[in-house]
Design a protein around this ligand. Structure first.
Ligand code: ADP
Ligand code: MG
Length: 416
């Protein structure tokens, strides 16, 4: 299956060739023809599967035909959660739009306002923006969306996690109703449903390799911990049993991540932390240290760990379980990538049991309980755990269907 068959213009095919892409990825094969046909899409696929080109190519194709409407303002708007992701999208637009003469620009936080204001006054073809900064410009009355044809929400779940839900809805409300909308998200659970309902019209749903279905290469087990010290002893043993292989350890708090990394260092296991309170520079450096083997263990929170791609990572440890069961699946998915096998170990203290129940209910799998010699727990599994109905914090009721979903829905809904 080649790019030619997707219905793309020769100008774009030349650029694809120049980028060295031989064949479309699964998400590109599914999404591009549908997007070209004008349909709204809600799509998910693992990180690194080429979602950017899946929306950039149809967007560029649309821009090869002159606008039917007069005025200034962008014809295509791509919203992305962070400046880094917005930059990545801009680079893809530059590369894939290489042979098309287009005016594009970016409006992101942390940059001066002046050039962005001048940019927004021009008739732009494509604008990439982070929601916060774009809202700033809109509040000053400087954005004209009357020509907007296509709105793309990239990493929509992350935008919502970052508190951009109102901004995203306000921005969408400022654009014409007859626009096309493409939404990319790692998950369709929780508040993403509200956004889908309000902003998309009869979307076709595409799910490639849904996150709940890629466990096969990962061995999962758990150890019961009586208290914090017991957890630490278990962690040490689990890490040492991997014979120097690298590990990613998750904690529920930033402070916990810092402290645990520090304690591991004191016990001779080279470690660093990764969480949202660290500067971009220190986050990048920590990831670099893991990539080049300078540290053996990275202790991270969920915020920092989404989308992280470390080749050959053998072990993921949940020092604390996540509150959101979907995050469990994201976490363990940091190992067992690209054909490798991996191990995911969860350390279960008293406060982790209800979370475990929710995770096991969502995945439909019971995680194997195992005991390490010399580190046996004094207390077993609480009997109430089997019967308990976990509160389902922060979740809505049963998921409703919306629009004519072309693709099958994921088998197990969170709330099921
Ligand atoms: P995602 O958004 O799904 O995480 P990206 O769009 O960032 O993934 O793409 C990941 C990498 O794959 C990028 O370096 C991109 O240039 C490359 N890529 C995208 N599509 C293809 C393709 N069809 N063939 C080869 N490489 C591709
Ligand atoms: Mg992406």
């Amino acid at each position: 299956m080649s790019f030619e068959r997707l219905g793309l213009d020769p100008i774009l095919l030349r650029a694809i060739d120049k980028c060295g892409f031989k064949n479309p990825s699964d998400i590109q094969r599914e999404a591009i023809p549908l997007a070209l046909s004008g349909k709204d899409l809600m799509a998910s696929a693992q990180t690194g599967t080429g979602k950017t080109a899946a929306f950039v190519l149809p967007a560029l194709q649309r821009l090869l035909t002159p606008s039917a409407k007069r005025g200034a303002g962008p014809r295509v708007l791509v919203l992305a959660p962070t400046r880094e992701l917005a930059t990545q999208v801009s680079e893809a637009v530059r590369d894939l739009g290489h042979f098309a003469r287009l005016t594009t620009g970016a409006v992101v936080g942390g940059m001066p306002y002046g050039p962005q204001e001048r940019l927004l006054r021009r008739p732009l073809d494509l604008l990439v923006a982070t929601p916060g900064r774009l809202m700033d410009h809109m509040d000053r009355g400087r954005v004209d969306f009357s020509r907007l044809e296509l709105l793309v929400l990239d990493e929509a779940d992350r935008m919502l996690d970052m508190g951009f839900v109102d901004a995203v809805e306000q921005i969408a409300a400022a654009t014409p109703d007859d626009r096309q909308t493409l939404l990319f998200s790692a998950t369709f659970e929780g508040s993403i449903q509200r956004v889908v309902k309000r902003l998309l019209r009869e979307p076709v749903r595409i799910e490639i390799d849904a996150v709940t279905q890629r466990h096969e290469a990962i061995t999962q087990r758990l150890h019961i911990a009586d208290n914090f010290d017991h957890k630490q002893a278990l962690l040490d043993r689990v890490i040492r049993d991997e014979n120097g292989e690298q590990a990613l350890v998750f904690t529920s708090t930033k402070k916990g991540a810092d402290e645990l990394a520090e304690q591991l260092n004191q016990r001779g296991i080279r470690s660093n932390a990764l969480h949202g309170d660290m500067s971009q520079y220190h986050r990048r450096r920590a990831v670099e240290q893991l990539r080049n083997g300078r540290i053996q263990v990275m202790v991270a929170t969920d915020v920092a760990a989404r989308g992280l791609d470390i080749r050959g990572l053998a072990l993921v440890v949940n020092f604390d379980l996540p509150n959101n069961p979907e995050d469990y699946v994201h976490r363990i998915g940091r190992t067992g990538r690209g054909g490798d096998t991996g191990t995911a170990v969860s350390l279960i203290g008293r406060q982790d049991w209800p979370k475990l129940a929710r995770i096991e209910r969502m995945t439909g799998q019971k995680i194997e309980r195992t005991v390490l010699e010399g580190l046996e727990p004094r207390y077993g599994e609480p009997r109430s755990n089997h019967a308990r109905r976990a509160p389902g914090k922060g979740r809505r009721g049963p998921s409703r269907s919306h629009g004519n979903s072309g693709a099958p829905r994921r088998g197990r809904a969170l709330s099921a």
